[in-house]
Design a protein around this ligand. Structure first.
Ligand code: NAD
Length: 488
């Protein structure tokens, strides 16, 4: 090692976390963790056995019996400590997230900074979980609406924002007084283990938060079938979400579903077209497009289409794609080979339907899962790129003539997560935001996913919201108590 070699933190020691204990492989089945920038496996993740999952269920059930009666003040203090520890540990956690997920280090650090805010928001908001008093029909009666924690929750979080997605579910469930068993993303597991260590060190009682790993369908079916679990929360694809919802529905379990999207972007002729194109090009490359609310179907007024595409392509021309740990990298690899294959297949389908590929379009040669930013124009609305969530750095741009046409095409898919509008007309902004079938509309910027704002979809993009004052709703049950001071 020479004097200039930086001293790097060690990769996270991967483990299960059950009933307050970190559990190493110890003969359990393990799976490889691969660096997507190199394609090389560099760590092993232990899988939970059926007995491990059973112990996590028992621990979460037992812990709930006391955590449900913890005071909001106590929960708030722990969540505040969690926020402080995230801030302290962010550099090491972010670097490990880049190693196993691929995103550029600056983006991983940004994810950590956002999570400090989420933890602080939940620490504040959990002290304001209020019920209400309903005026009675008789003076001797008092009618109370109480909001109680729902019970043991099972959560399943994805690999695109490994720390953020797990943290958001954990602070919402725990802040509400529920307990949690979480299965994180096996592809990118370090952030979730680091999160468990943070809760552990923040003084969360044993059993309130548990982490298990394994074959996703095996773990989720065992957890959802258990009578101990009262609620499930999933972030991931619509297809998997529907399967989990069916399992939960069979037992009438509550659920929060944050599913896929294929977010339309409507660029009107009166917009600041070039600025919008440059802004969207940079937004789209965040996390290499692997973002559920990424702008992903572009409808541009025909009079400004070419101007838009040229400005967009200008940003992509100089964009540096590379290892997320290299300082000048602006876009990292895709998280795994499955996404590279999906990008190739979507671009091939568009080509076969006569589309033009203006830049990118082919996997980058060499090691790692790199696919360049790609712009596709002249494709029909039934091209797969326009109907399937791309979840990658491929941008389909189409033309529209009238507002009604753009709205009809934007609303044509079963998805309804985010949507974006670029216009300088207040009337257009108002008209369109009233008619877009989406859980979120962002006009002239990207203004979504803040701790104080609700995130969620309609149609097949999900059920319920995370964040905002709505954040605890999914983790609470409403109880009505009517008490009389006299027996009539
Ligand atoms: P996938 O559909 O197999 O998995 C998506 C996520 O669900 C993963 O985290 C996976 O571990 C989990 N999962 C899969 N089957 C499960 C089961 N039976 N029980 C519990 N969890 C299960 O696909 P993938 O290749 O990992 O990801 C690609 C697709 O996933 C994308 O096209 C995108 O639609 C979706 N995705 C969405 C988000 C989001 O933020 N909404 C995040 C990541 C992935």
């Amino acid at each position: 090692m020479d004097a200039h070699t930086p001293i790097l933190p060690p990769y996270e020691q991967l483990a299960l976390y059950i009933d307050g204990e970190f559990i190493q492989a110890g003969g359990r089945r393990e799976q490889d963790v691969v660096n997507p920038a190199t394609g090389v496996a560099f760590a092993r993740l232990p899988h939970a056995t059926t007995e491990d999952v059973g112990r996590a269920l028992a621990a979460a059930g037992k812990a709930f019996q006391s955590w449900r009666f913890s005071s909001p003040l106590e929960r708030s203090k722990i969540l505040r400590r969690v926020a402080e520890l995230i801030r302290e540990r962010a550099p090491a956690i972010a670097r490990n997230m880049t190693l196993d997920q691929g995103k550029p280090l600056a983006e991983a650090l940004q994810e950590m900074a956002t999570c400090v805010e989420h933890a602080e928001w939940h620490a504040e908001e959990c002290r304001r979980i209020y019920g209400r008093v309903i005026p009675p029909r008789t003076e001797t009666v008092r009618q109370l609406v109480i909001r109680e924690p729902v019970g043991v929750c099972a959560a399943f979080t994805p690999w695109n924002f490994p720390f953020n997605q797990a943290l958001r579910k954990a602070v919402a469930a725990l802040g509400a007084g529920s307990t949690l068993i979480l299965k994180g993303p096996e592809d990118s597991p370090s952030a979730v283990v680091a999160l468990a260590r943070i809760f552990h060190d923040a003084g969360l009682p044993a059993g309130c938060f548990n982490i298990v790993w394994g074959v996703p369908a095996d773990i989720s079916s065992q957890l959802i079938a258990s009578p101990v679990v009262r609620k499930i929360s999933f972030t991931g694809s619509t297809a998997v979400g529907k399967g989990l919802a069916a399992l939960a529905g069979a037992q009438m379990k509550r659920m929060t579903m944050e599913l896929g999207g294929h977010s339309p972007v409507l660029v009107f002729e009166d917009a600041e077209v070039e600025a919008a194109a440059r802004f969207l090009a940079r937004t789209k490359t965040r996390n290499a497009g692997q973002v559920c609310m990424a702008p992903s179907r572009f409808f541009v007024h025909e009079s400004v289409h070419d101007l838009f595409v040229d400005a967009f392509a200008g940003i992509y021309a100089g964009l540096k794609v590379g290892d997320g740990l290299a300082q000048d990298t602006q876009m990292g690899p895709l998280a795994h080979l499955r996404r590279v294959d999906a990008m190739r297949s979507l671009v091939a389908d568009a080509r076969a339907r006569g589309a033009a590929v203006l830049c990118g379009g082919e996997r980058l040669a060499g090691e790692g899962y790199f696919f360049p930013p790609t712009i596709v124009t002249g494709l029909p609305d039934d091209a797969r790129l326009m109907t399937e969530e791309p979840f990658g750095p491929v941008v389909p741009v189409t033309r529209f003539r009238s507002t009604d046409e753009a709205l009809a095409r934007a609303n044509a898919l079963p998805y309804g997560l985010a949507s974006y509008v670029f216009t300088n007309s207040l009337a257009t902004a108002h008209h369109v935001s009233n008619r877009l079938e989406a859980g979120m509309v962002s006009i002239n910027h990207f203004g979504l996913a803040l701790p104080e704002t609700p995130l969620g979809g309609v149609k097949e993009s999900g059920l319920g919201s995370e964040g905002g004052t709505e954040t605890f709703d999914g983790y609470l049950a409403t109880k009505f108590v009517s008490q009389s001071s006299l027996v009539p």
